[in-house]
Design a protein around this ligand. Structure first.
Ligand SMILES: Nc1ncnc2c1ncn2[C@@H]1O[C@H](COP(=O)(O)OP(=O)(O)OP(=O)(O)O)[C@@H](O)[C@H]1O
Length: 444
């Protein structure tokens, strides 16, 4: 398969340029130099030039690449992007196995203890995570980490998983979001594969479940998770859970689960203080070998306070902007690059644009895909979800939703939204996804 994909790489690139409307300059800047490192188990590993390109290509071009690959090869593939020094072609089998295992475990190679900055806001969670990583199922079981959006819960969970795998490559470590757990459960019930589902989840050594708050109110998922939890706990396997709030504040969570979540250690992560924000930005610059002037780091750390994902996003924006305009990074350039982002104290309105951003992010798309005329299912389906959510969560008229979504007619909006409205009643996984998106949009 690797040979076939290499042979067809030119054709895949042609689809990207011609059918998916990627401009010549974007193509040359980001995609031309991608190299196939290997193809294994449904995943194509691609080598990128540096950390910045990797992050950017992963976010912006994963979806178009997957669409083009599927069109030419006829099968879907997952993508993994690596840096030159992470390429696994010439490495030993053990290293290969490890790298593949990381793909299997859905782990981000960048999220390790080494890249995690410890500050007053996360000291306890970090110490607890390290203790669990060093002595799985002995230190604290379960470990429950909670904190607001983008504060490093996932990063810490992946760090534990990497640490355990580095110590013992044979350990069965599985990281999932509670949305994935729920959707897999729904699909297993639908396809009569419940046994397989149970076997998968009850036979692992370390289970990490992210964003557990999303199982609130879902009786069947809670029931299944309860049994999974008990089986693993009794077999002395480690369970690590994250949530945006402590167990006692998760409404409609069954009491028996709530009390189990409180058996081990509950550690919180707060918003970082100024010094920690500075340290995180400096660490990022160091990891990416960039020389960012102190006043720029200070400017970002002063203005972006509550969310580390946004803090990193702001720095990425400055770096990308300086590359695009071929200018050095200065405070003036940073102010220019972030003029849309730094509007302190402004409440986020729920608008069609805001909804589009959240849905696009959820599906790994670029918001421009939603506005475009492209009709592949990978894009048309999330677009209809945007239509549905715009009608449900805003007072915007059909005409204006149409205008916001790439000048579409109001009948198209009505059709798309009605279609999702009907499917929700038949498709539980879709219902679950809509609930999660609604929570992300409304924050409730
Ligand atoms: N202490 C830290 N040091 C370095 N990077 C951090 C730290 N905390 C968070 N980050 C970075 O911030 C980004 C967001 O973190 P992460 O995805 O772990 O947040 P989260 O709490 O899981 O968010 P969500 O609630 O959306 O799931 C990641 O890129 C992560 O690497």
């Amino acid at each position: 398969m690797e040979k076939l994909i290499k042979e067809k790489w030119n054709e895949i690139q042609k689809v990207l340029r011609e059918d998916l409307d990627i401009s010549e300059i974007s193509y040359k800047t980001w995609l031309e130099s991608l190299k196939i490192v290997n193809v294994d188990n449904g995943t194509i590993v691609l080598e990128t030039d540096d950390e910045i390109s990797r992050g950017y290509i992963e976010r912006k071009y994963s979806k178009p690449l997957q669409i083009a690959i599927r069109e030419i090869i006829g099968e879907p593939y997952k993508l993994q992007f690596v840096l030159p020094n992470e390429s696994i072609t010439n490495k030993s089998d053990a290293t290969k196995e490890k790298a593949n295992q990381h793909v299997y475990n859905n782990l981000n190679a960048r999220y390790t203890f080494n890249t995690f900055v410890v500050g007053n806001n996360n000291k306890l969670a970090h110490a607890a995570a390290l203790a669990v990583a060093e002595s799985p199922a002995e230190a604290y079981n379960p470990l429950f980490i909670y904190g607001g959006v983008g504060l490093g819960k996932t990063h810490l969970m992946h760090s534990i998983a990497h640490f355990i795998l580095n110590e013992n490559n044979a350990s069965k470590v599985l990281y999932v979001s509670s949305e994935k757990f729920t959707n897999e459960l729904i699909n297993s019930i639908r396809d009569d594969r419940n046994e397989e589902f149970r076997k998968k989840y009850r036979s692992i050594d370390v289970l990490l479940v992210d964003d557990i708050q999303f199982i609130a109110g879902k009786e069947r998922t809670q029931e299944e998770f309860f049994h999974t939890f008990n089986t693993l706990y009794e077999a002395k396997k480690q369970i690590i859970i994250s949530s945006d709030r402590p167990p006692k504040e998760i409404e409609t969570l069954e009491e028996r689960l709530r009390s189990r979540f409180e058996w081990g250690l509950i550690a919180d992560i707060q918003a970082p203080d100024f010094e920690t924000r500075m340290a995180i930005l400096r660490k990022k610059a160091e990891l990416e070998n960039l020389n960012i002037p102190n006043e720029v780091v200070q400017y970002v750390a002063t203005n972006i306070k509550s969310n580390i994902r946004e803090l990193e996003g702001a720095m990425n924006k400055i770096i990308a902007y300086s590359t695009l305009v071929h200018k050095e990074i200065t405070k003036e350039l940073a102010e220019d690059a972030l003029k849309d982002l730094i509007t302190p104290n402004e409440q986020k309105d729920i608008t069609p644009d805001f909804i589009t951003n959240i849905v696009a992010q959820h599906y790994g798309l670029n918001p421009d895909d939603i506005f475009s005329k492209k009709r592949t299912r990978e894009i048309a389906y999330p677009r209809q979800i945007v239509m549905y959510l715009c009608r449900k969560l805003t007072d915007t008229s059909l005409q204006n939703i149409g205008k916001s979504l790439g000048n579409r007619d109001h009948t198209t909006i009505m059709h798309g939204s009605d279609k999702i409205g009907t499917e929700i009643n038949k498709d539980l996984a879709l219902k679950n996804t809509i609930e999660i998106l609604t929570k992300k949009i409304t924050g409730k």
